[in-house]
Design a protein around this ligand. Sequence first.
Ligand code: MOS
Length: 747
Amino acid sequence: MTTTTGITSVTGAIGSVRTRVEGRDKVTGAARYSGEVPFAELAHGWLVLSTVARGRIRSVEEGPVLAMPGVLTVLHHGNAPRVDIDYVGMLGRPNPIVGIFQHDRVPFAGWPVALVVAETSEQAREAAEALVVEYDVEPHDVAFRAGRPDAYTPESTPMVQPETGKGDVEAQLDASAVVVDAEYTTPEEHHNPMEPHAATARWDGGRLDVVDSNQGSSWVANELAQLFSLDPASVRVRSEHVGGAFGSKGLSPHQVAAVMATTVLQRPVRVVLTRRQMFSLIGYRSPTAQRIRLGADADGRLRALDHQAQSLTSTVYEFIESSAVLGRVLYDADAHHTLHRLVRLDVPTPTWMRAPGEAPGSFALESALDELAEKCGVDPIALRVRNEPETGPVSGLPFSSRNVLACFEEGARRFGWADRDPRPGLRREGRWLIGTGTAAATYPSGVGPSTAAVTAEPDGTFTVRINAADVGTGARTAMLLVAADTLGVDPDSVRVRIADSDIGPAMIAGGSMGTRSWAWAVTIAANELRERLALGGGIPSEGITARSDTAEAIGALSRKERHSFGAQFAEVAVDVDTGEVRVRRLLGVYAAGTIVNPLTARSQFIGGMIWGLSMALHEEAVRDQVSGGHVGPDLAGYHFAAHADVPLIEADWVDDPVPGDPVAIKGIGEIGIVGVAAAIANAVWHATGVRHRELPIRPDRVLRAADEARRRATEGIPGGMDEGGTRGGPAEGGPQGGGAEGGAPGA
Ligand code: MOS
């Protein structure tokens, strides 16, 4: 018997490599996604989205469309079933984004104004495209920029505390030997999973049955029950396979439209979003404008940390991109201030997108730390060692475990950091300037209440029921390993049932909380079952089932800072004549508690890191100020890292025991992206001497920054020295120098 942290292990299943349970089904096409499950008498709905960004619907001219082949109905604000748009769901506040067809207001371009339902998907599409909708157009405002006078500090939400502070930031900045005061921007970014959002709804003997693609079928079922004022027991949502989610798959307008249509028509109705529709209906990451001020002693010890972040929200829902939260975990300072401000615009509502807050926030904060290291003449890793807090910098609470320095140590060793010359612009290979950079990563290790059941079957096998969602992460397989490990049996004798709200409530696959939450419930049930089986006796035909509910145990958890940590390393090559940046190497080393399945865990980390690369160099959704919609809302117009952009990527982890924790699993879905863009931007500075404070680091920005550095060098402006003798090109711009591209933001 071996003991992994927290969980008594008989077989050692936890921590063993296992391919996905459903892998064969997926690669052979046997796995059915929610837009593919067959139903008799299935009708198809096609959403019609607004073409204006603000105004009122004057008319929906359904008459001609109803006469088109196969068309069954056209739903819109004038005839759709009424719903309770004021219900308070899991978000803790009304979520009017799903209150479609309830009023004539158009809050943004791409708002659902009608659903055309027909016998076939093609007929529905043709009719939807023929539907004439007239609007009374009002002027819209979609201009996100730093320092807008109408920016405001939002109220606290169940998810985000907008502001924290201690000490006197201005006084500590004044007393600091070294100050970094820099502004960073990140653009609007989109999660657009491979499998589009799709739902099929039908009434089945008085129950609403929805086959859907989501991150939590209990969640979606509960929200639908409240929205449609139904008994929760009369709603069933299933979500057997999900082709990616990343924060985008909760309750969206398409499920609501499908339920409305099946209620009206009394036959199954399917609504699948197109890729272009996904750009306005499923949420996205807000652009950010962030200002960071760091004050330090000459040796780099922080006296002041001030992180102010501005993001946008829509007119229908207030969402906070919590970019400033990671400084509350990573670094202490005598004076410490974090603040989020919002601008309300005529745009779709942003939402969680992989590492909401930490992803854009770490670009700013971890870039600023690198600027401070440069100014102090301290190695970036040594700077972080010097500022390692004992307890939560804002909360004062102890950390459940904090092994970020071990990540840096192991990462530095593997990456060859010790050989790095800290001076920028020195390494050259042909037309390429080479640089390396690093950044810290952190993400909360939260947990949510879950129920589970584990059954010993008469044939000697075991069935685990946990309403997890496997969004492509390998959750089903992870739960198999957790159950087998706790039962002390061969994983091949265990089957796992997930993704059906009838199983019973469980945490969603979100906030990197799924595995930790579900594993806790499965472990308790499996332990109890093992004890009951140890008493001996036969197994009846219905099996022996043990159940668990973690709600009480979670409520009794001691207050601690619980987070995963990591260290990101990047090597880049920059051609300052073409502006091209190539990432050559990425290494991420993580401290994330017990790793349940190294195979799928590595995939999770690497997937996040690729996204970080994509965020650093490529991703940017451009909103057209005139129409209020996107320029090129599809996967051709929205540029992201493809295979040829992705270099050798390594992800690994250090031991991270979590003493006293009931599961010792932390969750790894999001931390992989955190810090990667900063590590790359820091590497681009190291290659060229030019700071990039705006993402993405596009070729035109590299060229413009290099030109600016040249100009400063020519004019003898301090900080513009061409240290590397590299064709008079790249030169150090200084912390307020070359990277800024006019109109610098001020949060
Ligand atoms: Mo994740 S962005 O919390 O679903």
